[in-house]
Design a protein. Structure first.
Length: 180
């Protein structure tokens, strides 16, 4: 079923169409958000918020005019910004409650956690534009062409941003940045 037909049926509150939209777009939205936040539960909560807003927009008759994916991506971006804004206002400390339940030793758990923290820290040091491109490519799973359309850049520019971002991540994670 094409996106326009699906959107038309969703506007009529067709339960099958709404279920199809959720099934088709949940994983890409979740991947996009999980690429930008460190906690899977938070990514799930934010993804649920995106779909709650979509349903509210359908009910309020302010549904997306012609593209579901674009609307959901825009909503995901807004939900993410709001999440970061709230997080800044509250001084949260991340607790890893799953450490006790794993079968791996404490040393391996610490190493895994530090590796994840290093990756998040390295990602945070990229430019916002590089973070955005990587999140769209690897989090949301968009091809280069769609990323280029979304960020209003040429495919070559997106490829260059992606290559530079990956290069910067590699340098930071292998410690070459500190040696310079």
């Amino acid at each position: 079923m094409d996106e326009q037909t699906l959107l038309r049926r969703a506007r009529a509150l067709d339960q099958d169409a709404l279920g199809h939209i959720h099934d088709q777009y949940y994983q890409p939205v979740y991947r996009y958000l999980s690429f930008r936040v460190s906690d899977p539960q938070t990514a799930e909560d934010l993804t649920s918020e995106v779909f709650t807003r979509f349903l509210a927009a359908i009910r309020d008759r302010s549904a997306p005019p012609n593209t579901i994916r674009g609307w959901l991506f825009g909503a995901a971006q807004n939900v993410l910004k709001e999440h970061y804004r709230k997080q800044k206002q509250m001084n949260w400390t991340e607790l890893d409650e799953s450490i006790a339940g794993r079968e791996r030793g404490p040393e391996q758990q610490l190493e895994d956690r530090l590796g994840g923290e290093q990756l998040r820290a390295a990602l945070a040091e990229l430019t916002p534009e590089q973070q955005h491109v990587l999140a769209l490519r690897f989090g949301y799973g968009l091809p280069i062409k769609d990323v280029a359309e979304t960020v209003n850049k040429s495919e070559g520019s997106v490829k260059m941003l992606q290559a530079r971002a990956i290069g910067a991540l590699a340098r930071r994670l292998t410690g070459q940045e500190a040696r310079r």
